[in-house]
Design a protein around this ligand. Sequence first.
Ligand code: 13P
Length: 258
Amino acid sequence: MVKIKEFFGANFKTNPSMNELYKLLGSYLNDGVAGNDDRDVVVFLSGFPLGHLMNSTDDFLGRLASKGIEFGCQKVGEFEEGSHTGEDSALWLRGLEVPYVLVGHSEERGSYEELEAHKIRIDNLFNRKIKTALENDLNVVYCIGESKWDRSAGMVLGVLSDQSVRGLDRVSSDKMESVTIAYEPRWSIGGEPPTLDEIARIHGSIKKTVGDGVRVVYGGGVNPGNIKGIMGLDCVDGVLVGGASLDAEKFKKIVEYR
Ligand code: 13P
């Protein structure tokens, strides 16, 4: 088994308010949430609070960086520039030295609901976003995950394989070093994870598709009570956390699960 650096992502989604955001990140600092040589810790914000944070007068970002806490944008457009109202550009993120982006989060997949019947096109769109992000030297966390319907139809592995293969089409192996796959079953977000056996089987299958050396993390219902079991699985290289990341104490317990 290839040794891979662990990854702990905190996806704040559209939470909390700006005042609360500074308080929460302050608690990350006070409670000692930290990245180090053995683990990446990355907080994902949407573009606006990310920009606000970068301009904060008390060098908030510098203080977080000194604790090994990095940042990522929750979404990125497929184009670097042009007439694309409302998109965040990979070129901007590169200019601002934002190291990470999320692509294809299930809540982003959900926003392309009309295309959902044509999964191929959604994954092609994500493929274009991933390639633009990688060309701009960003690290990409590409989210894949089956719906409840896919699950009940027994199509989990096929759906995940399609999402992986199409989303990563023609991404060179050297660029794959900057890609992390986040397996987030859509039905488990904000709820319960699958059983450990299921996670192990599914991560094993994803690794077979994308390569043993690619970092594959789990997301959906992760909390301090289940982290040890999840991280104890061979094919799990980290986690992407939603709800529990909004509580610094809980997130610290997750990061320090050992
Ligand atoms: P929860 O941890 O709240 O289930 O959210 C998972 C998620 O969507 C992370 O991206």
